[in-house]
Design a binder for this molecule. Structure first.
Ligand code: SF4
Length: 696
């Protein structure tokens, strides 16, 4: 007989679709929640198949260790595994100081785990070296929205508001493939006559459904945004009252965009001036409009400035804070929003507080029961930490949670070398990911449906992940692992391992911060289908919409920020004549460690592929399904050719969900944005050649 239904959420992307699980003797049945306000009964193929891994035969259920670097991993007891980690931590601390030990987290961790990982690093390890894979994902938008609006919440309004916008501009976003259930809000707008404009070097599924598709050269979105603002000013579409009353800094931006006249923007971006004019006209004449950016705008060495350019456009048109209008960023990872609020980022304390702010340190130290002066200062960003592993001044023992850096970090061969140079690599995971396979100690952890916790979706809505079944024997939750390690290390500060207790502590630590969860309880989340932060007390209704009256800056005004186009750090040349752009496909998620183990998803998309324009395919003599080799200054990858005129003829697109020879990140450039420290995943130079048909 089936067990009672458990209302919970899909484990994958930031939409966090509402689902129901029923545990039967033979399997776990999964169905969408018809009335959940974001997905309203919709799920994508990843969500429909999410229960498959709950009884995955190769699930890790015992800790694994290796006795020498060249020895295979072998099972061991928890005591042995945790003792080894403890010894490695102590040794690295002794030899290199507290910063000889580091933690690497993930945007898939629950809020409780992300919070505890930050506390564990600063209190139990005393290290400044903690960052997470969200640095690769949303940090440019976080930096740009923080400097413009004083706060970083991906959507400062509920998803449903998208249906009310007459014009929606999507920049480097492909929700039709990456989060299909969200498209119902776009479709609802379209059915009332709304116009959608997509800016993307690929004619993605989202672009195909849009009225207008602008297809710029990779790395030129900033110039395009400045060009659109130039036209908005020229045609008198800017909202001068809004600019005067609600913003500051417009005059410098006006001066900068004066030189982005359409012919020049066409030369930089490759987008015809007539299309720019059409887009600017549609946007400028709309009574409600939204500008939505995603990784396509962000994952550049100028990603923060690119996002700022689109914020400037939205502010000049008077969109943020107006009903049915606004600027927003579509978050990617499941807890991409909450994961960047509560302290697993190098410069941050819970509640979106800054680690270098004395008041913030005092507040959080009081919650943790430690001296504020004992807290380390800000550490290094994700790629910078990986880049220095095992070197002078770098981390020598690394603890990785919910991340598969061997596949997801840029310049993968270099990162693999650095991981190999560690004294000890510890990975907590429930499958043997590419990173876990390199580890000295692997700790088998619980999966999403085997534990409770909270996640914060792309709207800033805090959601409850409920437990539907017990984990298999031999498996621990990350909270239990952190507690056990803290105790072994002799840490005198308590580490609770029950999610509700940890959440109550998080509420106290976040109280008064930008991301204030103080008024959010598990019961409220359950009763209200999620609660939007900030929510400073239990009587507060939560905040679905930000910026209606003021922005979160000291004077309540949004800030314009003048920005100039600059080329990607690496552009095509005679040796490497094409742009490489990377991204997600419809059937897989992030590094693919989970989705590459799900039969239906593997059947739908069995192999990594490279999208090539027919002209390029002809030039190198390959047909559909043939293997091609991409190579550049950092590495190479072998992939099946997918020939399509959806891609620009100067650009190759590769999804980043696969490892081994098909690792897209073997090629990507770790050039970092100077503000967000986000790597340039979306543009580098590659050469493409046919591979012998006998390639295995
Ligand atoms: Fe899961 Fe995202 Fe798909 Fe929804 S859209 S089912 S949250 S992967």
């Amino acid at each position: 007989m089936d067990g009672p239904p458990t209302l919970t959420h899909c484990p994958y992307c930031s939409l966090q679709c509402g689902i129901t699980l029923r545990v039967a003797p033979d399997r776990v049945h999964l169905a969408p929640q018809e009335d959940f306000p974001t997905n309203r009964g919709g799920l994508c193929s990843k969500g429909w198949n999410a229960a498959e891994l709950l009884d995955y035969p190769q699930r890790l259920t015992e800790p694994l260790v290796r006795d020498r670097r060249d020895a295979p991993l072998r099972p061991t007891t928890w005591d042995d595994a945790l003792d080894r980690v403890t010894r490695a931590v102590r040794r690295s601390q002794q030899d290199y100081g507290p910063d000889g030990v580091g933690c690497f987290g993930g945007g898939g961790l629950t809020n409780e785990k992300a919070y505890h990982l930050g506390k564990f690093a600063r209190v139990a390890l005393g290290t400044s070296q903690i960052d997470y894979n969200g640095r690769f994902c949303m940090s440019s938008s976080a930096a740009a929205t923080t400097r413009a609006f004083g706060i970083d919440r991906g959507l400062p309004f509920p998803l449903a508001d998208i249906a009310a916008a007459d014009v929606v501009v999507l920049v480097g976003a492909n929700p039709a493939d990456t989060m299909p259930p969200a498209m119902q809000w776009f479709d609802e707008g379209r059915s009332r006559g709304a116009t959608h404009i997509t800016i993307d070097p690929r004619r993605s599924s989202t672009a195909r459904g849009s009225k207008l598709h602008l297809q710029p050269v990779p790395g030129t979105d900033l110039a395009l945004a400045n060009g659109l603002l130039h036209l908005a000013i020229r045609h008198g579409h800017i909202d001068t009252d809004y600019i005067a009353e609600r913003t500051c800094g417009f005059e410098q931006v006006r001066r900068v965009v004066r030189s982005y006249w359409p012919d020049r923007v066409e030369r930089i971006t490759g987008v015809p001036a007539a299309q720019l004019d059409e887009a600017a006209g549609l946007l400028g004449e709309a009574s409600t409009a939204m500008v939505l950016t995603a990784r396509g705008a962000e994952q550049h060495s100028n990603g923060t400035d690119t996002t700022s350019a689109f914020i400037n456009l939205a502010l000049a048109l008077g969109l943020p804070g107006r009903p049915g209008s606004g600027f927003a960023t579509l978050t990617g990872q499941g807890n991409g929003q909450g994961g960047r609020e509560h302290g697993q980022k190098a410069d941050q304390l819970p509640g979106y507080r800054r680690l270098d702010d004395p008041q913030a340190r005092a507040h959080v130290a009081a919650v943790w029961g430690v001296d504020p002066d004992s807290l380390p200062g800000p550490g290094t960003s994700a790629y910078e930490m990986l880049d220095r592993l095992g070197t002078d001044g770098g981390v020598h023992t690394l603890l990785v949670f919910a991340s598969n850096v061997a596949v997801s970090a840029p310049h993968a061969s270099h990162v693999a070398q650095r991981l190999a140079g560690l004294d000890c690599l510890v990975v907590s995971d429930f499958v043997l990911s590419e990173t876990a396979a390199l580890a000295d100690v692997v700790l088998p952890c619980t999966q999403w449906a085997e534990e409770e916790g909270t996640m914060t979706n792309l709207e800033g809505r805090v959601l409850l992940r409920r437990k539907a079944l017990d984990p298999p024997p031999g498996v621990s939750s990350d909270l239990q692992i952190l507690r056990a390690l803290a105790e072994r290390l002799g840490c005198r500060v308590a580490f609770a391992d029950r999610p509700r207790e940890v959440f109550d502590e998080l509420r106290a630590a976040s109280a008064g911060g930008l991301a204030d969860y103080a008024g959010i309880t598990y019961d409220r989340i359950a009763d209200e289908q999620g609660v939007f932060w900030p929510c400073p007390n239990e009587e507060h209704p939560g905040t679905p919409r930000l910026f209606a009256d003021r922005f979160a800056t000291p004077d309540g005004r949004a800030r314009f920020h003048p920005v100039q186009h600059r080329d990607p750090a690496e552009i095509p040349d005679a040796q490497y004549p094409y742009y490489l752009s990377t991204g997600r496909s419809r059937s897989h998620y992030q590094s693919g460690a989970q989705t590459r183990r799900v039969r239906a998803l593997v059947t739908a998309e069995p192999d990594a592929y490279a999208e090539l324009h027919p002209e390029l395919a002809r030039r190198i003599g390959v047909g559909p399904g043939d293997f091609v080799r991409l190579h550049n200054r950092r590495g190479s990858a072998v992939l099946r050719a997918r020939i399509t005129d959806d891609i620009r003829s100067d650009t190759v697109f590769v999804p980043f969900h696969w490892g081994g020879e098909a690792t897209a990140n073997a090629l990507t450039n770790p050039a970092l944005d100077p503000v967000s420290r986000m790597p340039e995943f979306k543009a580098c130079a590659v050469a493409v050649s046919a591979v012998d048909a006998r390639h295995p």
